[in-house]
Design a binder for this molecule. Sequence first.
Ligand code: ADP
Ligand code: ZN
Length: 761
Amino acid sequence: MHSPKQYYGVACSYLDITAIPNPLPKFLQIIIASGLRQVFTYLPASTDSAKQEQPMPAIGCRVLVPFGRSQRVALVIGHSDHSDVAEEKLKPILEVLDTQPILPEHIWRLGIWASNYYQHPQGDALMHLLPVRLRQGHNNQLISRFWQRNGNDGNSPPDLSRAPKQQHAWQQLLSLPPVFSELHLASVELAPKDIKPLLDKQLLKLTQPQQQLVSANVHGDKFSLNTEQDSAYQNIKAQLDQFGCHLMQGITGSGKTEVYLQLIEACLEQGKRALILVPEIGLTHQLLERLQQRFNNPLLALHSGLTDQQRLDAWQQASLGQGDIVLGTRSAIFTPIPDLGLIIVDEEHDQAFKQQEGFRYHGRDVAIKRAHDANIPIILGSATPSLESLANARRKRYQLHTLRQRAGGASQQGYEVIDMRDYPAQAGISARLREVMQHELQAGHQVLLMLNRRGFSPSLQCQSCGLTVPCAACDTSMTLHKFPARLHCHHCDQRQSIPTRCPSCQAQQMRPLGSGTERIEEHLQSLFADYPVHRIDRDTTRNKGSLEGMIEQVHTGQPCILIGTQMLAKGHHFPHVTAAVIVDADSSLFCGDFRGPERLAQLIIQTAGRAGRASLPGTAYIQTYQADHPVITTLTEHGYDTFADMELQQRQLGLLPPFGHMALFLVQAKQEQAAYSLLNWLQHQLTNPILAKATEELQHFGPMPAAMARRANQFRVQLQLQHPSRAHLQNLCRHLCLLLEQNPDSKKLRWSLDIDPQDMA
Ligand code: ADP
Ligand code: ZN
């Protein structure tokens, strides 16, 4: 077993352990994931402990402490010789879990910055940076194994002529660094079992990890970049040694990923590693494949599909510099990576980068801070950049690189807006769409339909009294599912059987109202009986491999229909699709969130981007009852940039982000009145004369019900603050949090603060 000390001996520069004061401090200040904005004081170690004497933990070490009636894992955040609490009331810690700080200093600082910026309790925020196993107190001994070739490499090659498999493995090993891990083995398509015979023959031995020098190891073919790609590439490459935020705006298929790959190569050539963030796990698989085709360098993926143990392993290996390219979803931004030289955030506009519960950080924004502090470049890539990023590019805070051409000469799509007022529709499919689909399928093409609503129908309605069956715990109706048949609340997960009578008037006239993906699938199966219909949503892809299975079938190129939720609009390449359809544009247009138009525009462009990727020209069809809505006409006639200009002007008038800054206090309570009274009280605090200067330009709205006014039996009430100055808003929120903490009523309720909220629900 490797001791933690060896583990850290080779990793990046960690917090200086010599920072332990001499003489030893009397008290330890620690933080715990307790939801409290509080630093606790403990005594270093029990003197009457039966255990052997514990060392003084450095700042950044985990310790086990008694907390209330339980034991908790905590982080040491300071040493002190003074305590506000009488010494005899203090408890000693139970155990020191680490001999060295668990995080490198730059990640520790990034965590502290993020907890301050998002005003989330420090204990919760910093614990969040650790893999679950480490939060639970699991020791940090290395999981992965490391090997070394024994003795004189290459000089006298071992005679393996009678064992061709071993011979092959040995040859492959010669291309690896002197000390290699399972990751390196994977990069040459070997598994530990393949080298076991070599280990038995003592040609290899187990050893300690070593920090390796990084160098590019490219094996796949690369494209020669077109003019636009090359200009972005050259420009960023020339600035690899310094911080810069690069917004790469390129339509789907314009070759952004190819530019990333070549810049990663340039970064590796400089002896530095690269980190790539994608919004969701499905995209990690695709990108990982492309990285594997291009690089022999060891790759690491961190995402929610890993077990806790695998995640700890990946995290440890990343910390040790074993992954030259690290790829992951949101939380991977906090992964320690020595000698990081480049960060890429793909699909930077995606809402999934914002954590919506608990520690509500924005992965993209934390990434920019990390790149800034490390003085390295960051690339934000998207076909439809967020309006925040576009505004930053227009203010010249970000450098803009635009890719307007589809790489490889694929043709670009056109739009057709289907005005639903002009065509009769059945189960959400207009007569015009039906005609288009018939035509495309007969021509041997594929059709893709996007509808962001899974289930059969969003509600079940009584034809006699008009009631839609509500969820008992939430302020919403139950979604009707046919496979398996049930009513299901998508907000609190309650399920019930489908009633045949109306729960209110007892009439036996229950009918589905509106269409979800299941209903469209059923309808299309009856309309186009000769063609397979593939439904891709959370219900059909729950089983491992089912998504891949369907995508494989689609890739055979046979005419077929794809119907799915947002999942479908993200990243996948469907070269045989010639018609991409937004089944219902209106639901996003009128969702009540000021970001509704932006989200719709992004959805339309992203969905349209699925069509006509190969040599076939494609068209995007938009079904709407608002065919002359300026968002739709501007977007389809003039494109995303003109839409963005128009939308940014609207935002400027309302001082909405990015022209103003927002914070949202949310209170959840069983009693609606309790939530209101706490927020009313909070709002009243804003009238305090000492805040006069900070509140001068403040706008506040509420307390008011959240978009989802009741969820899982909790009333949800919010107070929205808006201010042109980020600094003023930050200070105000900090002040309000302190006041809330001191208010005894706040302890009986759940309250949270969302800085830069992305979702007004
Ligand atoms: P994006 O990431 O912008 O969607 P990709 O990098 O995936 O675009 O490129 C789209 C397709 O074009 C891919 O199949 C890619 O291999 C190909 N491609 C990219 N750059 C070039 C190029 N310079 N010449 C030819 N084909 C290219
Ligand atoms: Zn519910």
